[in-house]
Design a protein around this ligand. Sequence first.
Ligand code: MG
Ligand code: ZN
Length: 215
Amino acid sequence: MKVKVVSRILEANERIAEENRKRFKEAGVFVANLMGGPGAGKTSLLEQTITRLKSHLRIGVIEGDIVGQDDAERIGALDIPVVQINTGGACHLDANMISEVLDDLPLKELDMLIIENVGNLVCPAEFKVGEDIKMMVLSIAEGHDKPLKYPLMFQESSALVLNKIDLLPYTKVDINKMRNDSLALNPKLKVFEVSCSAGTGIDAWAQWLNGLRSQ
Ligand code: MG
Ligand code: ZN
């Protein structure tokens, strides 16, 4: 019975995601769903990316968190449109939550909308919100066992950003295993190695993201 209920929830979600997708298409905005565990560096990556791209790409952001406004304040400080969703306990964003805030964003004036999902390596990968692509951040400090333990997110993502590579000398993490296991799960995955705090690797990543918009 439980399986039936879950599949009904996902079906209902899919219908709303399709409506969102239509709205995004009409507005001509490219939408990316950014996922990753708590502390992977999703918001830091957004800060770095937006700083590099905002002069020629009109970016808006939806921040998803269980509680709090911290991330929306960080992004808002960059002077771009941002909306905070508080899920009040839910561990992922769904299509309906996104649909409810779309009127609060100047969609038609945006080239790209980035949705930062709730920090979680599991269910954000199961819920479509109407995005063009999913992408994920994994910090090397989370350990090289994560791709094989949480395969769905790696399979659903178009890009994997390996963050905090400046910490490599201080850990026993095998970054080659991290990369190879991720690619074994999803051979099409674009992998970037960055350090948001040191600023390394961000240019290549930002360039790739920018290129998606013009495709
Ligand atoms: Mg965040
Ligand atoms: Zn969840």
